[in-house]
Design a protein around this ligand. Structure first.
Ligand SMILES: [Zn+2]
Length: 237
């Protein structure tokens, strides 16, 4: 009996660590896949892969800072702030994170690989994921107690319905035109600011996002990623 209770205790410990470690993940997997699929990305089914890469301890320090920006100073995000972060793409030891620069970095990596004649789709997979994280309020705001306590539940607000709502997301996609890196940086800033404001609102009202709010957020991610695919010369599929 003692062995049994000990093994069930360790099972609950494992579950506890799985739950707490998943708090750092942003939208859950199906939400990420749906954002990329609605945007017309051929490799939409890989859009959660950057979180898989991040889960390996050896890669975590490089990858995890690409997934958020703890905007502790509550700064309005603008083109300059986005571009300034791009130098930190894949850099370790950056406490506040550099999600916005990671999007720029992934698009640059795609361009560099295409120009070199290499298989260039994987940088776009990272880009799809980061643009998904971009609309998540708790990835754009301080990592305070509110964020820690409510992160996982807000990651999963639409996880059970989202795969059935690709058409709904697509019908609400807004056309965005990106012609150069400045345009891209400004569009990243716009989504970041809506996420930041929603983050402040749910803190003020001490609540989770509603499903409607979560859909409004991810529709912005799909809209922006669709524009990035066009900018990269991809035909929607
Ligand atoms: Zn992520």
């Amino acid at each position: 009996m003692r062995t049994l209770s000990r093994s069930s205790a360790s099972l609950s410990m494992i579950l506890f660590f799985m739950l707490t470690s998943s708090q750092a993940y942003a939208w859950h997997d199906k939400t990420h896949l749906s954002i990329a699929e609605a945007a017309g990305f051929a490799l939409w089914y890989s859009a959660a892969a950057p979180d898989v890469a991040k889960s390996k301890t050896e890669f975590r320090s490089i990858e995890e800072k690409n997934h958020y920006f703890n905007n502790n100073a509550h700064k309005e995000v603008d083109e300059a702030l986005v571009l300034e972060q791009s130098a930190r793409y894949n850099k370790t030891g950056d406490v506040e994170g550099h999600l916005y620069g990671a999007i720029i970095g992934a698009v640059r990596a795609y361009n560099a690989d295409s120009v070199a004649g290499k298989y260039a789709e994987y940088p776009l997979v990272f880009c799809a994921h980061y643009i998904g994280d971009l609309s998540m309020p708790l990835h754009n705001t301080e990592y305070d107690d509110f964020n820690k306590t409510r992160h996982s539940v807000n990651d999963g607000i639409i996880e059970s319905s989202v795969r059935n709502n690709i058409g709904y997301i697509q019908r609400n996609i807004k056309e965005i035109n990106i012609e150069n890196e400045s345009d891209l940086a400004r569009e990243i800033a716009k989504v970041a600011n809506t996420a930041r404001k929603l983050g402040a609102k749910i803190r003020e009202e001490n609540r989770n996002m509603t499903q409607d709010e979560a859909y409004m957020q991810i529709i912005q991610s799909s809209s922006l990623f669709k524009a990035v695919l066009k900018y990269a010369g991809k035909k929607p599929c």
